[in-house]
Design a protein around this ligand. Structure first.
Ligand code: NAD
Length: 279
């Protein structure tokens, strides 16, 4: 039986681990060839937990290939346009086309009120989580238009793109802006059959949630641990169960990438256990 994205080529940023890795594997399982990039430096000066490393990128590439799909894996920082252009060029050279884009790379920092954020934290947050999304589309969209066969672009926003939360104002500002950008881009490329949507995950059980800075943020600024973080997420969710898994978000991405969602564009889709509508 043909996969749900059989024969398509999907380009994913931040694909070494976490949600990006889950997207790569889920799309490959459904028949896509995959291109992933990641900064893979292991750290960022403003980010209070480790980023992916080269081994993560290589492991995801090997696991995609083990599923029978081709996989291009490139080290690239989404804030550097030349690196994204090289990533896109490598994808087109080896995989021939790009049908699906998942602008997923992102960072978290915070745990303090907005007036205590440093300019470095604010600037890097907006640079990676907003400008990086725009640069990714800037690098890919001209090629998708040139192909003339439409496509699906998925931008990773967050529950923080839909509601305000304390202790991460710069993250919330960037993720709200991603939704604004998604709505504009959807208008610009809709006539070419290119759909643009955003996904808005709640807390996802991976490295971005499981670190002391996030525990403190969820505890209101200080202290906290995984248990208090889980309790805090539970208290703001409609559904029981706590954090969602990378694969839960990947399921939504596969649907948005596939023809099953062919009339869906301009949507900010929460995958958040109902946090955005909780009274
Ligand atoms: P993660 O930290 O596991 O994955 C993020 C990936 O992006 C990492 O592999 C990291 O190395 C990479 N990255 C960071 N900066 C980069 C850059 N400048 N260039 C290229 N790659 C870079 O966390 P995740 O949850 O998988 O994050 C994926 C996306 O989901 C992010 O945009 C994040 O903001 C968003 N998100 C996360 C959660 C959560 O609870 N984890 C919730 C909502 C939204």
């Amino acid at each position: 039986m043909a996969g749900r994205v059989e024969g398509k080529v999907a380009l994913i940023t931040g694909g070494a681990r976490g949600q990006g890795r889950a997207h790569a594997l889920a799309l490959a399982r459904e028949g896509a060839d995959v291109a992933i990039c990641d900064i893979a430096t292991g750290s960022d000066p403003t980010t209070p937990y480790g980023l992916a490393v080269a081994d993560d990128l290589a492991r995801t590439q090997a696991d995609v290939e083990a599923l029978g799909s081709r996989c291009v894996a490139v080290t690239a920082d989404v804030t550097r346009f030349a690196e994204l252009e090289a990533f896109v060029a490598a994808t087109l050279e080896r995989l021939g086309r790009i049908d699906v884009v998942v602008a997923n790379a992102g960072i978290f920092s915070g745990g303090v009120p907005s007036w205590e954020l440093t300019e470095a934290q604010w600037d890097r947050m907006l640079e990676v989580n907003l400008k990086g999304v725009w640069l990714t589309c800037k690098a890919v969209v001209p090629h998708m238009l040139g192909q003339g066969s439409g496509g699906s672009i998925v931008l990773t926003s967050s529950i923080g793109g839909l509601v305000g939360t304390p202790g991460m104002a710069h993250y919330v500002a960037a993720k709200h802006a991603v939704i604004g950008y998604m709505r504009s881009l959807a208008n610009e490329v809709g006539a070419h059959g290119i759909r643009v949507n955003a996904i808005c995950p709640g807390g996802v059980d991976n490295a971005m949630m499981n670190n002391q800075a996030m525990y403190a943020t969820m505890a209101g600024g200080q202290g906290g641990d995984r248990q208090t973080m889980l309790a805090a997420v539970g208290s703001i969710s409609l559904l029981p169960g706590g954090l969602i898994e990378n694969e839960d978000v990947a399921n939504a991405v596969v649907w948005l990438a596939s023809e099953e969602s062919r009339w869906v564009t301009g949507v900010a889709l929460p995958v958040d256990a109902g946090i955005n509508v909780k009274l």
